[in-house]
Design a protein around this ligand. Structure first.
Ligand code: SAM
Length: 306
C-alpha cells in the first residue's frame, strides 16, 4: 500500500515538473503557443484524430482521463461535448483550464486519479484516455474504472504502450545491451527509461485482458515518430548514438518489415449494454497500422478476430 502510494507520488512528481510535450512543443503559454503545440501534435501523430473522432462526441457526455496540455480536450470541447477532464497533476489541469478559457471553451476539469474516479457508475457515453493508464501503478484498476463510469453501451478509446516496440528495442540496446546487461527485461527498461518512473507496456493479448469485460474490443498497433526516430522526441536519451541513429535509420525498410512493432496500442470498445447471460466471449479485433506521418502510410491492417 505504502509502496503503491510512493509509486503514484513519483508519477505525479514527474508530470508536475513538465506536462507531456511541454518542454519540446509548447513555446508560449498563449493561444498561439497552444495552437502550435496542437499542430505539431497532430502532424506527428496523425492517427489521433481518426481514432478519437472528436466530432462524433458532439452532445455526448465525455470524460478525458489524463488531459496533459489539453490539445485533445480542446478538440472535444470544440466538437460540443458535455466535457469532463481529470489529471493526476495540478500542472496539467492548470494548462488545460487556461487553454480552454483562452479559446472560450468549457469543461469541468479537476485533479483526479484514474484508479479511483470520483464519478458515479454509468456517468459517461465516452471515456477517452491517450497515453495515460500505463503510467499509473495499478493499470488494471484504471481500466476497470473506465468501464465502471461508462453507461451501458458507452464507448472507450484508450492508448497504451505496446511492449514489442522499436522504441523499447532501442532503449534496450542502449541501456541493457551496451551496458553489458543483456538479461535486463523489457519491462525493467520501460519502467526506468520511458517517461515517468514505472511506465508499463503490454502485449496485445494483455491489453485485451485489461478490457476483458468489454464488447467489440478493437486493438490496433501504430508505428510512431518515436519508433522511426522521426522527431525530436527522446531528448533525455540524446547523445552521439542517437544523433547517428537518426541520420542512418532505415525508415522505409522498417515500415515495410516491422509494421507491428509500434509503441502505441489503440484500444476501443464498448461497455456491454446488459450483462451477458450466454457467457459468450466478447468480440475482439486485433490489427496494426503502419504509420508515423501522412495518410498514405496510415492504412489500417486488421488481420484477425479472436
Ligand atoms: C504522457 S502524458 C499524456 C497526456 C495527454 N493525454 C497527451 O496525450 O498529451 C500522461 C499524463 O497522465 C497523467 N496521469 C498519470 N497517472 C495518472 C492517474 N493515475 N490519473 C490521472 N492522470 C494520470 C499524467 O499526469 C500526465 O499528464
Amino acid at each position: 500500500m505504502v509502496e503503491h502510494a510512493t509509486a503514484k507520488g513519483r508519477v505525479q512528481r514527474f508530470w508536475n515538473e513538465a506536462a507531456c510535450g511541454e518542454n519540446l512543443y509548447l513555446f508560449s503559454v498563449d493561444r498561439e503557443g497552444y495552437s502550435r503545440q496542437a499542430a505539431d501534435r497532430y502532424a506527428l501523430e496523425p492517427f489521433i484524430e481518426p481514432f478519437a473522432d472528436f466530432r462524433s462526441a458532439s452532445g455526448k457526455k465525455v470524460l478525458e482521463i489524463g488531459v496533459g496540455l489539453g490539445a485533445d480536450h480542446q478538440r472535444f470541447a470544440e466538437a460540443g461535448a458535455e466535457l469532463y477532464g481529470i489529471d493526476l497533476t495540478e500542472r496539467a489541469v492548470a494548462h488545460a483550464r487556461r487553454r480552454l478559457s483562452m479559446f472560450g471553451l468549457r469543461s469541468r476539469l479537476a485533479v483526479g486519479d484514474a484508479e479511483s474516479l470520483s464519478f458515479p457508475d454509468g456517468a459517461f457515453a465516452l471515456v477517452y484516455s491517450w497515453g495515460v493508464i500505463h503510467h499509473t501503478p495499478d493499470t488494471p484498476r484504471a481500466a476497470a474504472e473506465i468501464l465502471r463510469v461508462l453507461e451501458p453501451g458507452g464507448t472507450f478509446k484508450v492508448m497504451i504502450y505496446q511492449r514489442r516496440s522499436l522504441v523499447g528495442l532501442m532503449l534496450w540496446v542502449r541501456y541493457a545491451l551496451l551496458r553489458l546487461r543483456p538479461f535486463t527485461t523489457m519491462d525493467a527498461i520501460y519502467a526506468a527509461h520511458l517517461e515517468s518512473p514505472g511506465t508499463k507496456a503490454y502485449s496485445v493479448r494483455e491489453a485485451a485482458a485489461l478490457f476483458a469485460g468489454a464488447a467489440d474490443v478493437r486493438i490496433t498497433t501504430v508505428l510512431t515518430h518515436g519508433d522511426l526516430l522521426a522527431s525530436g522526441a527522446g531528448q533525455r536519451h540524446r547523445g552521439l548514438a542517437l544523433t547517428v541513429a537518426r541520420r542512418v535509420f532505415p525508415r522505409a525498410l522498417v515500415r515495410k518489415l516491422l509494421p507491428g512493432w509500434g509503441l502505441f496500442m489503440l484500444i476501443s470498445g464498448r461497455k456491454p449494454a446488459a450483462p451477458s447471460i450466454t457467457g459468450e466471449p466478447s468480440r475482439q479485433t486485433i490489427g496494426r497500422q503502419t504509420t508515423a506521418r501522412g495518410p498514405a502510410l496510415a492504412a489500417a491492417n486488421d488481420h484477425g478476430v479472436a
